[in-house]
Design a protein around this ligand. Sequence first.
Ligand SMILES: [Zn+2]
Length: 341
Amino acid sequence: MPEPISLSETFHTAFYDAEEGKLGLWQPNPLTDPAVAALARKLHGDVNSSLEEQRSRIVRPAPAPQLYFDFFKYRKPIAEATERNEIFLIGAADALLTSLSSLIEGLLSRPQVLAFLSIEAKGNDVDRKDAQDMLFDLVFLFVTNHEIGHFVHGHTGSQPEEWLEFKSDPVKRLPQQAAEIEADGYSTFATLNWLFTKRSPIVEGDTGARQKVEAVLLRLYLLAAFSYLEMGSSRPWRWHCPETFTHPQYLTRVDFIVGHSRGWCERHAIEHERNLSQAHIHEALEGVHNCWHQPDSRNLERQVKDLTSGPYASWEERIREERSRLRQLLEPFQLIVRDYS
Ligand SMILES: [Zn+2]
């Protein structure tokens, strides 16, 4: 009888080729720094126990599939989701871990970010440290919840045939773009649920004091999601071939994330909708501008000009329609999760 394959082995064969590594390239191991390696171990434990908890809430299919998280070696700070032997695998590149701390430190040294979070620029190191830790958790959570969103919406399976054809079509990628928006939507709801239930500090005093703290939590979420996605801001959007991109443009994703956040507020905390005004969103976008220090970074005006030089409104509408179509097509393969809304 063959030896059972461990979760860790399944993970590594799913993300690497035994001979060639990931994408034909073996990467150096950056987790040799003891502090980073310890953080990786901690996150490995935390994320897997949170996945266990989430698994216990999966109503369909029954029994619920196994979920497993680990790091893979890759030089870009990305995450991916895949299925192997009926196990749902979520991988984060170790480059995400190594770049996240300095990214967040950089963000919290920006006066406009501190002002956005109502942290005094001078003297309040405790608030700054709290915000730093919370942002780290939130970026990580936004990214991993996005990957879980792909499982929940049924994007990672090999059925139905029509979806498989979409996934392998290099030219017509509108369904894939719609799937990314769906995964961002799941992530927004799951991350805000976590933030407002598990991490929301108990605030003494009146409702006003509590609302103030919660408004900052919501702003931290916006900064976390936008700063991660800002990586894609240097990519120009080409109107002559918009369907060739696997992911929608950065500002399109931001636009939908704001919409998902409004949806979350409507359901759970209507008083916070006002924290999602255009002025607030603009402030958050300015705050994270070029946080990845990319040499080909493009400022907001240029990105907006780029997007609005074509039929932007009808493009967003097409993505919206595609989302509904995908939901119908993949309905039998979606996970039903208790207490998720
Ligand atoms: Zn995705």
